[in-house]
Design a protein around this ligand. Structure first.
Ligand code: TYM
Length: 345
């Protein structure tokens, strides 16, 4: 069987995102913006991970729309299905199959040490096994495509490290096959929410959505947390502990960043001025994304077609990987009784 290799000279990169209802600027700055930049230099796979999302209770009737909206927003943000492979995890059954195989080489202790597991399980009276096994499915996502680079925000680096451990364990038993992937963490490692305290996250309600209107963005930015030392406009502040200033570094020009820094330190500007300038810059960067999203909403078949094409390409690669995995594990038996019959005839 001819193996499909990455285009010459390009490393294969894989990343995923949960269809949790809203792509927010934490996802965008921490991951999606980097993916868009990587499309020409890497053989890039972007997966909407619905099998990860079902670990939390959810309404099945809403899932198709959540997945579709996430794919649409990714395309609006600049993921181009001509240059990257965009697909939905549950369209490729081999993700689950490889995940099971990896459960057999992954120590439970390694899973229990994962920060996200500890945080999430602490909040639950009954912990589903899927929450513990979550990083194994993530490893299967990456390794099914033999990806070597994983562009993510800092909160995922521990999961990528575990993926490397799984590779070492599996390769030690069945021979060198899987590469050890590296996390690629961009400049905005961990974007804080508007509360200025916790990571920006849908579940904490401290986000700005990528497709929100200028009015909605401003309504959220206006009361956002700043340096508490600035009780009045006359009190100087420390921009380096202020989340609004961190966001300026992502959305603003060098001149505006210098203006915000000096104005804060000398009390030359008020927090509201600083937020207003940030809001203007953020709205400018997000405007074309909203425009493209509107176009795609009017032409939903473009999103469907991209996902279909993505699934076709992924299925071919996934079949090749699983054939090799099964061969090495002594699991390449006759596939079905009907095939056995054909062989016998
Ligand atoms: P998810 O859906 O939580 O987030 C998607 C991407 O956005 C990044 N991110 C952030 N970066 C900086 N600051 C923030 N506040 C912030 N919030 C989110 C995440 O780091 C991530 O890169 N387990 C993954 C999905 C996944 C995956 C994979 C990733 C499944 N399989 C394989 C890589 C490879 C997750 O839940 O991401």
């Amino acid at each position: 069987m001819k193996r499909e290799l990455p285009v010459a000279g390009r490393q294969r990169a894989f990343s995923g995102i949960q269809p949790s209802g809203e792509l927010h600027i934490g996802n965008y700055l921490g991951a999606v913006r980097n993916w868009v930049k990587m499309q020409d230099d890497y053989d890039l796979f972007i997966c909407v991970v619905d099998l990860h999302a079902i670990i939390q209770p959810y309404d099945p009737s809403e899932m198709p729309e959540l997945v579709f909206d996430m794919a649409l927003t990714l395309m609006a943000a600049g993921i181009d299905p001509e240059r990257a492979t965009l697909f939905v995890q549950s369209d490729i059954p081999q993700h689950s199959e490889l995940s099971w195989i990896f459960t057999t080489v992954t120590p439970i202790g390694d899973l229990e040490r994962m920060t996200q597991y500890k945080e999430k399980s602490a909040r639950l009276a009954s912990v589903p096994a899927g929450l513990l096994a979550y990083p194994i499915l993530q490893a299967a996502d990456i390794l099914l495509y033999l990806a070597t680079v994983v562009p993510v925000g800092a909160d995922q680096s521990q999961h990528v490290e575990l993926t490397r451990e799984i590779v070492r364990k599996w390769n030690a038993r069945y021979g060198d096959y899987f590469p050890e992937p590296q996390a690629l963490i961009g400049q905005a490692k961990r974007v804080l929410g508007l509360d200025g305290q916790a990571k920006m996250s849908k579940s904490l309600g401290n986000t700005i959505g990528l497709l929100e209107s200028p009015e909605e963005i401003w309504e959220k930015l206006r009361p956002a947390y700043t340096d508490p030392a600035r009780k009045t406009r006359k009190d100087p502040g420390n921009p380096f502990i202020c989340n609004i200033f961190s966001l300026h570094q992502e959305f603003s020009s060098d001149e505006d960043i210098a203006w915000a820094q000096e104005g804060c330190q000398t009390a030359g500007i008020g927090c509201i001025d600083c937020k207003r300038r940030l809001g203007d810059n953020m709205i400018e960067e997000l405007r074309p994304i909203r425009g493209r999203a509107d176009e795609l909403k009017a032409n939903p078949e473009r999103v469907q077609e991209a996902l279909r094409q993505g699934a076709d390409r992924c299925l071919g690669i996934a079949e090749q990987t699983m054939a090799e995995v099964k061969r090495r594990m002594g699991l390449d038996h006759v596939r079905s009784p009907s095939e056995a019959k054909v062989d016998a005839d």
